[in-house]
Design a protein around this ligand. Structure first.
Ligand code: F6P
Length: 529
């Protein structure tokens, strides 16, 4: 592979060539632009045409991708090779959704097939547990407390919020407890009946302080009403560390496995989502898996020039590394996707928020942008001002669903019109004819600001699975283009270690000289108050 600096220079030449051109000019000069820069997968349209990329720049981006050995790296990913060298692990989250063996070329790969079989067996355990619990509690239903954080919370929470029908009267209600701040769990327990509550303790490591602390509160709460034996039947653990869960006091038959070959932020397809299966029913969860598998097939089969995750990744690299845009703003125009920005913050920034390559060398160029966002149309009345007239442009990614799950037609048409208007306004900007040049300058919008629009036919388990899988593969492709390991997260270890060291000091005792003056002062105030 040519040194990436050579590629940054080549791509920068395309940027310079386009500096005097507006994106709208490229639309005019490339009549087949929409064919080249929009793709439909599973009835979902991915429109990249509002980015300032012409055919020549796209060709250069595709050549860069090919030069990184991307195809080989994709093949390695699906073959169960060690794509996470610092932890010496594969990343086989695609095997979690290959239940129907529709993965082309994966059947003859032993590591993939073994992973698929483990996943299929565990999903069957989940299905049986869902069936048992729903029958046990009957039509009055029950409450599920999902205890987990990061990848052990964000994916399941996003799915449940996205797929619960607004008028759902389903008898299973799920509540999430993630933060070690006990205000939410304290408030929640005051509203629940321990006789009708199941607790899912979700932790791949079964060593996360927040989850174990919250788990202890839930277990004490259950035991106070049910006694230890019955309480034990209401505690389910989902973990890659069953021995720790059993030592913690979870019955061996109440432990569902996940595996080291699934990263936490890639685990929504596994038993981590047991609470979602309990609430939505297993069949809808299976549809979610099928949507992801459809995107896996597209990702493996489509040529890069028509490959949605590859195009998402290349457009992102163009924006981040060539245009130097610092932020990527995710704006779902659908309240049901309100947790998507938070989910993508972890998926993208914990995967690619790195500055050292897999071989230990300094990466020396930008990697993941700041991932942020909020729900439209409310965000038009919050931060869109900065997106239209701020000094630093951001890439904006709009996500909408054509068919709503309600019959308020006028509202949905307004929502769609607002989403399309915003991406159009970012593209065109606004020139005014105010006589006063100062006023004119303040009222004008520069435009020429990039956005992607993703239009789902409807928000269903299938389309949500397809969308999230596209993001997972985009993140992997970008890690290849940037040269970092997408699947480890050493940066979070230091904070956890320091928290463990500081915890006893909150109670009292001598503060070691190694503790800096600021932390020392703050500990003093925490103690004093
Ligand atoms: O943020 C670090 C991290 O390890 C994430 O990768 C993970 O999703 C989260 O903490 C929770 O970890 P666990 O599932 O092991 O409790």
């Amino acid at each position: 592979m040519a040194d990436r600096r050579i590629w940054w220079e080549r791509l920068a030449a395309h940027k310079q060539r386009l500096d005097g051109v507006r994106t709208t000019d490229i639309f005019a000069s490339e009549p087949d632009r929409m064919v080249q820069l929009s793709e439909v997968v599973g009835d979902t349209c991915f429109d990249f045409s509002k980015h300032k990329i012409d055919q020549s720049a796209l060709k250069a981006l595709l050549a860069f991708a090919a030069d990184t050995g991307l195809q080989h790296r994709i093949d390695e990913l699906f073959a169960g090779a060690v794509v996470n060298p610092s932890e010496r692990r594969p990343a086989l989250h695609a095997a979690l959704r290959a239940a129907e063996q529709r993965q082309v070329g994966a059947t003859d790969v032993p590591a993939f097939e073994a992973a698929r079989q483990s996943a299929t067996q565990t999903l069957e355990q989940c299905r049986q547990l869902v069936d048992t619990l729903r029958r046990q509690f009957g039509d009055d239903g029950f409450d599920v407390v999902h205890v987990g954080i990061g990848g052990s919370e964000l994916g399941p929470k996003l799915c449940l919020e996205a797929l619960t029908h607004p008028r759902s009267t389903d008898p299973v209600r799920v509540h999430y407890v993630g933060n070690v701040d006990a205000h939410p769990v304290d408030h929640l327990l005051a509203t629940l009946d321990p006789h009708r509550t199941v607790v899912c303790l979700v932790s791949k490591s079964f060593g996360t302080q927040e989850t174990l602390t919250n788990g202890a509160i839930l277990r004490r709460w259950l035991e106070a009403s049910l006694g230890p034996e019955l309480a034990a039947t209401r505690l389910v653990a989902i973990t890659a560390n069953p021995a720790r869960a059993i030592r913690y006091g979870i019955g061996a038959s109440q432990v569902l496995p996940i595996w080291d070959w699934v990263g936490g932020r890639y685990s929504v397809w596994s038993a981590v989502s047991l609470s979602t299966m309990l609430a939505l029913g297993y069949e809808r969860f299976a549809e979610f898996l099928a949507g992801a598998e459809a995107m896996d097939l597209h990702f493996r089969m489509a040529p890069f020039v028509r490959n949605v995750p590859v195009l998402m990744a290349l457009v992102g690299v163009w924006s981040r590394n060539v245009l130097g845009l610092p932020g990527h703003c995710v704006v779902p125009y659908d309240e049901r996707l309100r947790h998507l920005p938070a989910f993508l913050q972890q998926l993208e920034m914990e995967s690619n928020g790195k500055s050292v390559a897999a071989d230990g060398s300094q990466i020396g160029h930008a990697t993941v942008p700041i991932i942020w966002g909020g729900v439209g149309s409310a965000t038009q009345h919050a931060f869109f001002q900065a997106l239209h007239q701020g000094e630093l442009a951001n890439v904006v990614e709009f996500i909408g669903a054509v068919t709503p799950a309600h019959d308020h037609d006028a509202s949905h048409k307004a929502l769609m019109a607002n989403m399309l208007a915003q991406s159009s306004a970012l593209l065109h900007g606004r020139q005014t004819d105010d006589a006063d040049p100062a006023l004119r300058a303040q009222r004008e919008c520069p435009g020429d600001r990039p956005s992607t629009t993703i239009l789902l036919p409807e928000l269903s388990p299938f389309t949500l699975g397809l969308l999230l899988a596209a993001y997972e593969h985009k993140v992997f492709v970008q890690s290849v283009l940037w040269g970092n390991n997408a699947f480890d997260q050493w940066g979070v270890e230091l904070g956890k270690q320091l928290a463990d060291e500081l915890l006893p000091l909150i109670d009292g005792g001598a503060i070691p000289d190694t503790v800096d003056a600021s932390t020392r002062l703050l500990i003093g105030r925490v103690r004093g108050l």
